[in-house]
Design a protein around this ligand. Sequence first.
Ligand SMILES: Nc1ncnc2c1ncn2[C@@H]1O[C@H](COP(=O)(O)OP(=O)(O)OP(=O)(O)O)[C@@H](O)[C@H]1O
Ligand SMILES: [Mg+2]
Length: 269
Amino acid sequence: MNVKFEDMAARNNIIELKDIGQSYDGGQSWIIKGLQLLIEDKPDQGQFIVLLGMSGSGKSTLLRYIAGLQEPTEGQVLINGQPISDKDRVSMVFQQYSSLPWMTVLDNVALGLKYQGVGKKERYERAMDLIELVGLAGHEKKYAQYPALSGGQLQRVAIARSIIANPQIILMDEPFGALDIKTRFQMQDLIINLWHRFHSTIVFVTHDIDEAVYLADDIYIMKSQPSNIIEHIDIDLPLKRDRSTKREAHFTELVQQVEDTMIRVAGIK
Ligand SMILES: Nc1ncnc2c1ncn2[C@@H]1O[C@H](COP(=O)(O)OP(=O)(O)OP(=O)(O)O)[C@@H](O)[C@H]1O
Ligand SMILES: [Mg+2]
């Protein structure tokens, strides 16, 4: 078969943001200007990308572009080298619980398969497998609402919902922001385990530098006014991480490096 060079190049980039500009006032002022982001595909591994930056630096906006929920004023958003289309397997987890409270946990998790036309028996079986995997067995008949389910449990539902249809890309916008520290640590380990299992590429937004270093392959730091990505930090920790990783000298060095960069970017004296 004759494969053109452009096709090969396109296949290597899972997400590409090219010359992105965002204005909400017809081009008088620019909230984002000249932003570039290239995330290459790593087949059978996926990647964990973390976006860090001050409030208002455009992190959620970038996720909305990649999810196809918003188009930039200028520039191009490419997934697998092509403009976003309905067939792209992209799912999103928000900070606020994004499950449907009028449905049970089981129906929430199985919903993505319903849209794909998977039969009822199979979708319930696959949903139950995932419900067990995220530690919610026994809660499947409950409605997905607070306080019948706690905040951490509702976020587990949202995570199970987001991975059931085997997405190529999962976007997570401060998903653990509202959780207590114990639940947050459990969720960090859950997401690492799920990632090793499903090999999706995850783009994750957080304000927590420890969390960013613990989870990431690569950290991108954003500035504002106008927004842009101005630093890339390669997190060269082993892929397999657990609580002991946080006690290693290199982990502490990386946290310090990220913190110093954030302080510089924010112009804090
Ligand atoms: N519809 C809109 N009209 C005008 N400005 C907007 C609109 N939507 C977003 N913005 C601006 O775009 C900028 C980036 O917003 P965004 O929500 O992406 O920031 P963020 O980095 O996610 O911040 P946070 O950490 O607080 O969630 C902000 O300055 C915001 O005020
Ligand atoms: Mg945001």
